[in-house]
Write a protein that binds this ligand. Structure first.
Ligand SMILES: Nc1ncnc2c1ncn2[C@@H]1O[C@H](COP(=O)(O)OP(=O)(O)OP(=O)(O)O)[C@@H](O)[C@H]1O
Ligand SMILES: [Mg+2]
Length: 306
């Protein structure tokens, strides 16, 4: 890993920054609410959200369409201004920042999107360079930095390609390189793999996981793909109608989902509680059925062979 993640400003990096590894930022959300005013009145997109994410954690947010997932993730970097409540990123209260201070804080928060949000008229190189240019970096330093980032995401040889010449997975890799350009300590992902086929999703998830492990970056991801949550997240939050209905570590929540919405998202039948499933065959068939049920988030309390 050749990417230098040290912020030149004094006091900006945690003590371990000398190694080139920046610890991921912790995130605290306190009493967050967001209402949108529309013609027919107010829409409460988020209501009283309280949340703690540890530095270096991979944290997933799931929920039905319209639950408030994107609104929540966009409040974390102040792309949305909350109606009430506070958000701290690594102890810095981002909800009270404005202007220059807010822009500086935002550089510490990378974001990637479902539709990649790349500038169509710019090459892969220029897309990744853009945040560095905006941050005041110049000349040779940019060239070296961008090439390190493209190398990190496996696209050094496509530096001059335009987005239209890249596959979906490659576009998202450019998006990831761009998001990492300003050495963020948090990466926000809103449905970042939803436009990709399963194989490409898998390779993008591998990349995110290695970034998390090697750089210690905290990752917050919104997804409707339960396989993504299971694959890389440590904890998961379930939103419904703007409220948290359930949260916990992925293994527990997937094995024993409590709330009806969680069960619906995990496709657990509503009457699965206490039901016996009869399987034809011997112990091997039973073991196979148990694995299948567990893989679908259905807890198996006991088995018996008659
Ligand atoms: N700019 C806006 N103006 C008015 N209402 C909005 C705006 N953005 C979101 N909403 C409303 O806020 C609620 C939450 O929207 P949000 O986009 O956060 O949902 P989501 O969970 O991300 O859904 P999806 O899975 O479909 O992306 C919805 O009722 C939505 O219609
Ligand atoms: Mg959304």
């Amino acid at each position: 890993m050749a990417v230098e993640l040290v912020d030149p400003r004094p006091g900006v990096n945690p003590p371990n920054s000398g190694s080139g590894v920046v610890g991921g930022a912790s995130i605290r959300v306190d009493g967050l609410s967001k209402a949108y005013t529309v013609r027919s009145g107010d829409v409460a997109a988020l209501e009283d959200i309280n949340l703690d994410i540890a530095g270096g954690e991979i944290f997933a947010i799931i929920g039905r369409s319209g639950a408030g997932k994107s609104t929540l993730i966009r409040c974390l970097n102040r792309l949305e201004r909350p109606s009430a409540g506070k958000v701290w990123i690594d102890g810095l209260e981002i909800t009270q920042l404005e202007g220059k201070e807010l822009r500086a804080a935002r550089r510490r928060i990378g974001m990637i999107f479902q539709n990649f949000n790349l500038a169509a008229q710019r090459t892969a190189f220029d897309n990744v360079a853009l945040p560095l240019v905006l941050a005041g970096e110049r000349g040779k330093r940019i060239e070296a930095h961008v090439m390190e980032l493209l190398d990190l995401v496996g696209l050094a040889d496509r530096r001059d390609a335009f987005p239209a010449e890249l596959s979906g997975g490659q576009k998202q890799r450019v998006g990831i390189a761009r998001a990492l350009a300003t050495a963020p300590s948090v990466l926000l992902c809103d449905e970042a793999t939803s436009a990709l086929d399963p194989e490409t999703t898998s390779s993008v998830l591998d990349l995110l996981q290695s970034i998390n492990r090697q750089m210690g970056l905290s990752i917050v991801l919104v997804t409707h793909e339960m396989s993504v949550v299971r694959r890389i997240a440590q904890r998961v939050l379930v939103l419904d109608e703007g409220r948290i209905v359930e949260q916990g570590d992925v293994a527990t929540l997937f094995t024993a989902p409590q709330h009806p919405v969680t069960r619906e998202l995990l496709r657990v039948p509503p009457d699965a509680d206490g039901a016996w499933l009869r399987v034809a065959g011997g112990p091997d068939a039973i073991a196979g059925a148990v694995s299948l049920l567990q893989a679908n988030g259905i807890a198996v309390e006991s088995t018996r062979h008659e």
